[in-house]
Design a protein around this ligand. Structure first.
Ligand code: NAD
Length: 442
């Protein structure tokens, strides 16, 4: 078991993981349903299939990604050949959240393994069915000294964080992200933090309102709004608000029917704590659509909230649920006053046909990533880096980048011996002019 040096071994274990996931796909989908009624379609699209696709891409590319890369040498070192070696960090800790509990736990594990690391995964305690099937699948696919799943809650997480790691990959809330960063600082351990934030969705007067409503309803209410890159709030031109709300209501009914509670395509809130948090949030607001809730199965219907105060709970913290506040603006100053109130978001969405407005919005604000005339879709392109900035996170992953973040990039200059230019060696007398000329030239 030489996962550090033997790429063939890494590939074999990843193939085993692929086999075990494919074999157990129905059970994984069932576990996700049992945890919070994640609809089958969403479970396959955003969890099992996503991981399967990540595995296939990684298995196909691992030899290439692991190769040392030759880079153009510096003329100062002439004659030399220069390389970047990809070296595994060593012991990696992955801590995962509950909202996409299969995908967000396993994708970092796959890349950490591909890059030659030993991994400990702590999945979320809030999705016990999914965490347990992850543990079984990992146990079947890897030697316990290679990849291990440690189940448990905050205390387990704290114990793990107290140990020394060579890399920590954390996905979760900003608040816990800070705890992870502090623990990592103790040993100067490098980290990736995939966090959250309040993601704005700006709609100007040129936007195609019907299509905009359709795409926002999809991105907001998938997983019952419990998506880190879901639109958090709408900022729309004041005179378009009424029309837009009509379209939003039409699209919600089109997607989930009139009896949303009975729809097989609508998930539940993860637990009582979050259900109470969300129902408290909407209790004091002007609800213009939805607002139904049932604590028997932690149901909250897709809910539209009309122009809440910026100081209200719904506008103060990340919503992370199916409540959609609709705010209005009349000028770009209004947009600025609202967006600048918050920390840099994880995602940012602009709906417009006006290229100069779009470019202005994209370049004026700092955020992790986003879409023009869509929501959430940037997550699915493996060629795009996925991650936050500022309070929404640190570092980015997906595709080859995931392999790279779990590898130390070791720089090597291989000097040739057939020539040894005397210029750099002491005594320096009379060499300064010549070296300055050379430096000017290169
Ligand atoms: P969380 O921060 O509460 O928990 C995440 C993990 O940290 C869990 O495994 C949990 O056991 C552990 N944990 C919780 N409290 C801890 C503590 N005090 N000390 C040590 N470990 C602790 O997050 P969550 O509720 O599972 O997920 C929701 C949050 O995650 C949202 O803010 C969302 O935006 C964010 N998120 C971000 C991404 C992303 O890719 N950027 C993806 C999904 C979720």
């Amino acid at each position: 078991m030489d996962y550090k040096n033997d790429i063939k071994y890494r590939k074999e274990t990843l193939k085993k993981l692929l086999f075990n996931i494919q074999k157990n796909e129905d059970l994984i989908v069932k576990a996700l349903f049992d945890d919070f009624k994640k609809p089958e379609f969403e479970a396959v699209l955003t969890e099992t299939n996503y991981v399967i696709s990540e595995l296939k891409t990684t298995i196909k590319n691992i030899d290439n990604w692991a190769k040392r890369v030759r880079v153009f040498p510096s003329l100062l070192n002439f004659p030399s050949t220069d390389y970047i070696y990809k070296e595994p960090y060593g012991d990696v800790l992955v801590i995962a959240p509950w909202n996409y509990p299969f995908q967000l736990a396993l994708c970092p594990v796959i890349s950490a393994v591909a890059a030659g690391n030993k991994v400990v995964l702590k999945p979320s305690e809030l999705t016990p069915n999914t965490s347990s099937i992850i543990a079984k699948i990992v146990e079947k696919s890897f030697h316990i000294n290679h990849v291990e799943v440690v189940q448990g809650g905050i205390e387990t997480s704290e114990k793990l964080l107290a140990k020394r790691w060579d890399y920590i990959f954390f996905t979760g809330s900003v608040q816990v992200g800070k705890i992870v960063a502090k623990a990592a600082a103790e040993h100067l351990t490098p980290i990736t933090l995939e966090l959250g934030g309040k993601n704005p969705c700006i709609i100007d007067q040129t936007a195609n309102l019907k299509l905009t409503a359709k795409r926002i309803v999809w991105g907001k209410f998938i997983n019952a709004g419990q998506t880190c890159i879901a639109p958090d709030y709408i900022l729309i031109q004041k005179n378009m608000k009424i029309n837009f709300i009509t379209y939003l209501i039409e699209e919600i009914i089109q997607a989930y029917g009139k009896k949303i509670k009975d729809s097989p395509d609508y998930a539940r809130i993860i637990n009582s704590k979050n259900w109470v948090r969300l129902t408290d949030m909407m209790a004091t607001e002007k609800v213009i659509f939805g607002g139904e809730s049932d604590d028997n199965d932690f149901y909250i219907s897709p809910t539209l909230i009309d122009e809440p105060e910026l100081e209200s709970a719904v506008m103060k913290e990340e919503i992370f649920g199916p409540l959609l506040p609709i705010l209005v603006y009349e000028s770009e100053n209004d947009i600025d006053a609202i967006i600048s109130k918050y920390e840099k978001p994880l995602a940012f969405y602009v709906f417009s046909e006006n290229d100069s407005f779009i470019e202005k919005m994209i370049s004026r604000y700092s955020f992790g990533g986003g879409c023009i005339n869509d929501t959430v879709a940037h997550f699915s392109n493996k060629r795009l880096p996925f991650g936050g900035v500022g309070h929404s996170g640190m570092g980015a992953y997906h595709g080859k980048l995931s392999f790279d973040i779990f590898s130390h990039h070791k720089a090597i200059v291989k000097k040739a011996n057939w020539l040894d230019l005397p210029m750099r060696y002491a005594p320096y007398k009379d060499k300064l002019k010549a070296i300055k000329r050379l430096l000017d030239w290169i």
